[in-house]
Design a binder for this molecule. Structure first.
Ligand code: F6P
Length: 344
């Protein structure tokens, strides 16, 4: 019997509540008690949160967001409380083992804690799907569905007005959302962080389409897409979070201006933003999140630490957390080439 502390860190994501529910239900079944730390590592450091019971997790399976709240607090940031702060927060609630649900940053903290001997199991999360070690993360499929709905809607208004429509989607380091939604929605140009673009090539492509009788074009762009060096000047900068990430968003503004000026075609942009992270998870994500949660509780039962649950083929397995860290997973060339068959 253990007391399991659960936390959700980093950007929220549809399916977090499904994981929490599954960890709690499986944990209770196996005789454990559970405590939910609020606002990620901030709750752990302050020892703050709430008891997680079957009653508390009733009805949360289809709900977006996280009942525990989330933050980008980093216990290891310069001058931060580090391992001692975490151990203190665990002791305050009598917690023996942590289940940390989060992306690269949260899992990076989890790996350091595991190395220091803190019992901890990770559950990978990000709508970007760019974590190594797992085929998929929950939340990704939901984000793709939302982005695809947006492409479909932009199509009809683009056709009506003979416009170029640009849709900016999330994806800091990887273009999974853009490539999947672009393919599913029939996008004419897809721009991703893995492949810096040349604005003139993009414009030529649109010109060719229009010369071939098409009257509109749809461009799907990841927020992290960048122009090929020397092809266009952009302004960098932006606020940094506790893990040193810049706030992205806005490449579509530049594209709207440049495409309209260079081609003469009327152009409009939409930045989808956090709509992609909100609302109810798809059935696929609910199932994946539930299986992850059950597997995390099983890892705790087995006394494992420093591991995260992962999707491999059709199975849910345990892998060392370190597998998810380091360089992000990126879109494979073949997938992009398949999407490119339909450009133009
Ligand atoms: O990592 C997930 C993500 O949604 C990225 O796609 C995006 O760049 C970032 O989080 C946005 O973070 P925030 O909600 O802190 O602005």
């Amino acid at each position: 019997m253990a007391r399991i502390g659960v936390l959700t860190g980093g950007g929220d994501c549809p399916g977090l509540n499904a994981v929490i529910r599954a960890v709690v239900r499986k944990g209770l079944l196996d005789g454990h008690t559970l405590f939910g730390y609020t606002y990620g590592w901030a709750g752990v450091l302050n020892g703050e949160g709430e008891e997680l019971t079957a009653e508390r997790t009733k009805g949360i399976l289809p709900r977006g967001g996280t009942i525990l709240g989330s933050s980008r607090t980093n216990p290891f940031k310069e001058g931060g409380p580090g391992v001692d702060g975490v151990l203190e927060g665990m002791a305050r609630q009598g917690v023996d083992v942590l289940v940390a649900i989060g992306g690269e940053d949260t899992l990076g903290v989890a790996a350091r804690l595991a190395d220091a001997g803190v019992p901890i199991v990770g559950v990978p999360k990000t709508i970007d799907n760019d974590l190594k070690g797992t085929d998929y993360t929950f939340g990704f499929q939901t984000a793709v569905q939302i982005a695809t709905d947006a492409v479909d809607r932009l199509h009809t208004t683009a056709e009506s007005h003979n416009r170029v429509m640009i849709l900016e989607v999330m994806g800091r380091h990887a273009g999974f959302i853009a490539a999947h939604a672009g393919m599913a929605g029939g996008g004419d140009v897809i721009l991703v962080p893995e492949r810096p673009f040349d604005i003139e090539e993009v414009c030529n492509h649109i010109r060719r389409r229009h010369a071939n009788g098409r009257t509109f074009s749809i461009v799907v762009v990841s927020e992290g897409a960048t122009p090929r060096e020397g092809t266009l000047s952009t302004t960098g900068g932006g606020q940094l979070d506790a893990f040193g990430h810049a706030r992205l968003g806005g490449i579509a503004v530049m594209l709207e201006r440049e495409i309209e000026e260079r081609t003469g075609y009327e152009t409009r942009m939409t930045i989808l933003g956090h709509v992609q992270r909100g609302g109810t998870p798809t059935a696929f994500d609910r199932v994946l999140a539930t299986r992850f949660g059950v597997a995390a509780a099983e890892a705790v039962n087995a006394g494992h630490s420093g591991v995260m649950v992962a999707a491999r083929g059709g199975d849910i397995v345990e892998v060392p957390i370190s597998e998810a860290l380091g360089d992000p997973k990126t879109l494979d060339d073949k997938f992009f080439a398949d999407a490119a068959v339909f450009f133009g």
